[in-house]
Design a protein around this ligand. Structure first.
Ligand code: AMP
Length: 192
């Protein structure tokens, strides 16, 4: 089973992905984390990614997709159930990942949408910025990231609703309560 955990920056995708990994042993692909690791190591990819991430912009689709394409064939990912966290982020990425998975006889089974009002997202990201020092969790970049989310990523909701895979979850609730809602949805799919 492959799952997309979907939602605006600060909606709790990383936190809930960890819950899902603990419970079901999914392999977690967080594109944001992966890019931040490259930035920390100072790789060529990291340098390119940083120029977009620091502005609150998305890195180009072709670059993102080529990273995912390679990752899907890596020994640590091959044959595993995957949680995609922070990917896809554009309708184009969603269409392309469908093709990449199809080529491997696979698909996305469920899209969990963590729905959280913008005001709460801003509060959470500012808090995370203070706690972790994450560079793009500053007010100017947060505003840009939310803008990018609404214009480029949110249309994916309709895309996945059209496919019947989108499941909205109230992401403003307590962490454990959200996790329970996600678990029961995944269990119901697994039983079907
Ligand atoms: P995240 O940790 O998921 O909030 O991602 C942090 C930043 O990494 C984003 O603001 C983007 O600049 C970049 N990024 C992460 N995932 C993607 C993606 N799927 N497509 C393009 N850019 C991405």
């Amino acid at each position: 089973m492959n799952i997309v955990i979907f939602g605006a920056p600060g909606c709790g995708k990383g936190t809930q992905s960890e819950k899902l990994m603990d419970r079901y042993g999914f392999y977690h692909i967080s594109t944001g984390e992966l890019l931040r690791e490259h930035i920390a190591k100072g790789t060529e990819l990291g340098k390119i990614a940083d120029s977009y991430i620091s502005q609150g912009h998305l890195i180009p689709d072709e670059l993102m997709l080529s990273i995912i394409d390679v990752l899907l064939d890596s020994p640590e990912v091959k044959g595993k159930n995957i949680i995609f966290d922070g990917f896809p982020r554009t309708v184009n990425q969603a269409k392309e990942i469908e093709k990449l998975l199809e080529r491997r006889g696979d698909k996305i089974d469920a899209v969990i949408g963590l729905e959280v009002p913008d005001e709460l997202l801003v509060d959470r990201m500012l808090k995370r910025g203070q706690e972790t020092g994450r560079a793009d969790d500053n007010i100017d970049t947060i505003k840009e990231r939310l803008d990018v989310y609404h214009t480029q990523t949110q249309p994916l909701m309709e895309f996945y609703k059209g496919k019947g895979t989108y499941r909205p979850i109230d992401g403003s609730k307590a962490i454990e309560e959200i996790a329970e809602s996600i678990f029961s949805h995944i269990d119901s799919i697994a039983e079907a």
